[in-house]
Design a protein around this ligand. Sequence first.
Ligand code: R1P
Ligand code: URA
Length: 327
Amino acid sequence: MKDVLSNANFPQDAQGRTYHVATCAGQVANRIITVGDQVRAHRIAKSFDGGAPLFTFNSQRNFLTLTGTFHGVPISIVAIGMGFSVVDFFVRECRAVVEGEMIIVRLGSCGSMQPEYGIGTVVVPKASFGIMRNYDYFHHDTSADERRAGALEPYIITKPLDADAEVHDALLAALEADKPAVKANLFEGGEAKAVGNTVNASADSFYGSQGRIDPAFVDANANLIDVIRERRPGVATLEMETFVLNHLAAAANDAIELAEKNGQTPVHKGKIRTGAIQMIFANRNTSAFISPEECETLEHWAGKSVLDALASIEIPKERLHPHGVWD
Ligand code: R1P
Ligand code: URA
C-alpha cells in the first residue's frame, strides 16, 4: 500500500479513495453492475459506448472498477470476488463515494434447486434469504445433547429480503426482449430462457452451506438441501452474495429514514435499490455444469440485458452524482 490513509473508522486517502475498492468521488456511477469475475466485467464493458470504459482501476485488493456510458447513461461495473464479506466492502465503500440514489444489480452465476431450471436458464429473483454456517454447532464445547435436541442447528436460515420491484421488472423485460438463438448441442438440449419472481438463497460457502458433500470436513449437511426446501418452499437458486446486497441496501435505507425521523440530515441523499440476474452454471438436480461456450453465451445475453435495464430506469437529476469521469 503506497497511499497515506487517515481515519481508522473509515480509512480514506487525501483524494477520498477508500481502503479496499480504492475509488473516489466521480469514478463510480449511480448505476452499478456487480459481478464476481473480472473476465465477466471486461466482457460486459465491451458494450459500453465506444466499446470500452472511460475509467478502469483494479485495486490492490482486487476490486476492479470499470466506469463508462451505455446509450449515454453512466454505469459502473465492479468485480468484487466472492462471498458475503466482499459485498460489505463493495457496498459501503461505493456508497461512501457516490452521492444520491444508487441502483446496484448483481450479475452472477448460481446453482439450480429446481429441476425445470437447467443450464441455460437465467433467473431474476424477487427475494433472497441467507444460509450461514452456525460455528458454535461445530465447537468442541457443544454437547451431543444440545445438537440432538436441536437447540443448536448447524446452519442458520434467515428470513427473505426483497429486491426492488421496478428493478426486477426492468431486468426481466430486458432479458425477454433479447433472447439469444441457441445451438442444439448447448444447454442440456434445451433453450435459453428467463424466469422472474423466483426466490434465491445466498450461502456463506460454495461447499458446506450449499449442501455439497466433502468427506474431508465435518459439515453436518447431509440433509441441508431438504431442510432448505422444506423451510423455504420454491427456492430456485443458490449463490453467495445477493442476500447481503439486499440486506445492506435495507440497512442504508433504514439509516436515511431514521435520520429523517429524528430531524437530522442523512449522510447520503438517496436510497439504494437492488436487483439480480443469476445465470445457472450448476444444475444441482442433474449434476450438469456449464461449458465455456454456454457461459459466454449467457454472459453476453445477461450482461447486455443488465445494461439495457439500468439505462431504462430513471434517476431524477437532483439525485445523481454531480460530476464524474463520464462528463
Ligand atoms: C462461486 O463459484 C461464485 O459464483 C457465484 C457465487 O455467488 C460465487 O460468488 O457468483 P459469481 O459468478 O458472480 O462469482
Ligand atoms: N455459484 C454458486 O454459489 N453455487 C453454484 O452451485 C454455482 C455457482
